[in-house]
Design a protein around this ligand. Structure first.
Ligand code: FE
Ligand code: FE
Ligand code: ZN
Length: 276
């Protein structure tokens, strides 16, 4: 199966790939820059070359870059909006050094402007960000719907996608903790949730899974991740998710709270052991 964790990007791509392999995975996620924004490290061509070589050798699946949490494409503050746009354009340019991978971001917080206005600003911005020639697919992450978050409902993501001009460059990353907290009953009926996703967004848009358990009940709108099998989602549901025919070939990224890498290695083993 395609599985990995969120890694620190400090040592570059090759060292992230080495770590992913050491943990028993074949993919990983990383922040494009400091999670609070700020400068990205300069691209090292030798590092890129080494990474591409090893990822081919070890048959890596797609890897996922995660945009900083401070980004808000639909901020009411024009400076934050423009900064986010500018930085996302730069992130995508940098992603092209490792072509055909994914760039995941949180759609945004409408902060009192209303969901509809938020959706319109996000899609207008995406039309300035996404270009015809990029190989990177931009992923909207499904959110828990806490506060004024956009993306807690499949319909909201669909409305954004509908307004994006270059649709071949946009996809969705489904976060299991987030959809559960948003009120989708993946514990008792993952299949039904996927059918709903298919009906509203289309399963061909689903490119990656953030595999997390949740510290809170379905519909809590909390967004607090738990270790696999230790939360409200539970082992049985996770087992069904990772074996579901419609998603089993996607990259699964763990964003669970472990103190150290041993915990992650054990969790990767645990999830792999669930696969039929
Ligand atoms: Fe995220
Ligand atoms: Fe996530
Ligand atoms: Zn989360």
């Amino acid at each position: 199966m395609n599985i990995g964790i969120h890694l620190s990007s400090t040592g570059g791509y090759k060292s992230m790939a080495d770590m992913a392999i050491k943990l028993g995975g074949n993919t990983f996620q990383f922040f494009t820059r400091n999670p609070r924004g700020g400068q990205a490290k300069p691209i090292d061509p030798k590092d890129i070359e080494n990474f591409i070589k090893i990822s081919k050798e070890k048959e890596f699946s797609k890897i996922v870059a995660h945009a900083p949490y401070t980004f808000n494409l639909c901020s009411a503050n024009e400076n934050i909006r423009n900064f986010t746009k500018k930085t996302m354009i730069d992130d995508i340019k940098r992603m092209e050094y490792i072509p055909e991978n994914y760039y995941n971001f949180h759609p945004g917080n409408h902060v009192g402007q209303g969901i509809q206005t938020g959706i319109e600003i996000i899609s207008e911005s995406l039309n300035e960000i996404i270009n015809e020639n990029q190989t990177t697919i931009v992923l909207l992450e499904t959110m828990s719907g806490k506060g004024s978050e956009i993306g807690g409902k499949f319909e909201e993501l669909k409305k954004i996608i509908d307004r994006v001009n270059i649709k071949s460059k946009i996809g969705v990353c489904l976060d299991t903790c987030h959809v559960h907290d948003a009120g989708y009953d993946i514990v008792n009926n993952f299949g039904k949730v996927l059918n709903e996703f298919d009906k509203i967004i289309g399963l061909d848009r689903l490119k990656a899974i953030h595999l997390n358990d949740s510290k809170n009940a379905c519909g809590s709108r909390k967004d607090r991740h738990e270790k696999i099998g230790k939360g409200y989602i539970g082992e049985d549901a996770v087992k069904k998710i990772v074996n579901d025919e419609k998603v089993r070939c996607l990259p699964f990224l763990l964003e669970t709270p472990h103190e150290n890498l041993v915990g992650y290695k054990e969790e990767i083993d645990f999830v792999k052991s669930m696969r039929k």
